[in-house]
Write a protein that binds this ligand. Sequence first.
Ligand SMILES: CC(=O)CC(=O)SCCNC(=O)CCNC(=O)[C@H](O)C(C)(C)COP(=O)(O)OP(=O)(O)OC[C@H]1O[C@@H](n2cnc3c(N)ncnc32)[C@H](O)[C@@H]1OP(=O)(O)O
Ligand SMILES: NC(=O)C1=CN([C@@H]2O[C@H](COP(=O)(O)OP(=O)(O)OC[C@H]3O[C@@H](n4cnc5c(N)ncnc54)[C@H](OP(=O)(O)O)[C@@H]3O)[C@@H](O)[C@H]2O)C=CC1
Length: 290
Amino acid sequence: MIKNVGIVGAGQMGCGIAQVAAMAGYKVHLYDIAPDRIEAGLATINGNMARQVSSGKLTEDERKKALTLIKGSSDLTDLSPADLVIEAATEDESIKRKIYVAVCPVLKPDAILATNTSSLSITRLASATDRPERFMGIHFMNPVPVMKLVELVRGIATEEGTFASARQFVTALDKTITVAEDFPAFIVNRILLPMINEAIYTLYEGVGTVDAIDTAMKLGANHPMGPLQLADFIGLDTCLSIMQVLHDGLADSKYRPCPLLVKYVEAGWLGRKSGRGFYDYRGETPVPTR
Ligand SMILES: CC(=O)CC(=O)SCCNC(=O)CCNC(=O)[C@H](O)C(C)(C)COP(=O)(O)OP(=O)(O)OC[C@H]1O[C@@H](n2cnc3c(N)ncnc32)[C@H](O)[C@@H]1OP(=O)(O)O
Ligand SMILES: NC(=O)C1=CN([C@@H]2O[C@H](COP(=O)(O)OP(=O)(O)OC[C@H]3O[C@@H](n4cnc5c(N)ncnc54)[C@H](OP(=O)(O)O)[C@@H]3O)[C@@H](O)[C@H]2O)C=CC1
């Protein structure tokens, strides 16, 4: 029975997962290596809930109750009471593997460890843990409080009890589950990221400007965000990592990351989270960078 949830990584996804878990009544501990990340994350969660109170989706009492359920620290041992830990750190296999090596000795023997990875092999990540049978992918979508879908992904060793507990947890968050097999980038990103990468090629080849491409897809295909706006929202570092996993894992040149995407990431232009990507967010309204 899951009661205590630990989250590793207080970025946009970790904080979103913390928010929805606390709103469903789970006790949440948010861990990040950087204490300022945790502070900023808790402030974002507070702001999101305050907005929900103003729009009448949440009462002030519910907000206060949910907030008291979330604690944060940079001390890994605070994850020891967790029945389920969801790792939502940077999309980099070596970072995730190091986290598992550090976190496993702290956890209860029967605790479940899950990853929110967008693309990496669950079976390969599981091999860096001491509990492959209690390890799986629980892949939330961004923004977590708004998006209904969660992909569940089993590794080769994932036990049925682990899967059933994850299903029960995600259902309690009022999300809809889809099951994906353990192939690079699963279902959503296998389809979405090549589209985003193609939009970046469209920009790179001068077929259209940032504004033309995003307007075309918003008004011409009824997408809520243009693909370049969405890439900035996801994070260009994450988009590049997913394309690299698709390219390496499926060995097909159609997944070649666009050189312009590589250049933006090398510049540290990671999208909204760093203040600049295909748009510049440092002013009052986002301005296209091309
Ligand atoms: C990379 C991966 O591994 C997988 C992925 O996640 S891929 C990305 C998947 N996500 C998408 O494709 C998102 C596409 N975009 C959208 O659906 C919409 O633009 C959107 C839901 C993000 C915003 O919708 P919108 O109508 O333009 O904005 P807006 O009216 O301001 O917001 C709608 C609601 O969402 C909430 N919201 C918007 N952004 C939010 C955020 N970042 N965090 C929390 N809540 C947010 C708003 O507060 C608002 O809630 P209320 O109705 O309670 O006030
Ligand atoms: N962005 C998206 O749309 C989606 C992302 N995901 C996945 O979720 C995960 C997180 O993505 P997202 O939240 O966007 O990324 P962010 O960059 O917003 O957050 C990642 C967080 O992990 C922290 N971190 C890095 N190394 C460690 C470590 N060793 N221990 C603890 N924390 C660490 C980072 O800190 P610092 O910045 O200080 O390095 C940062 O706070 C990734 O696996 C991503 O693929 C899944 C669905 C959607």
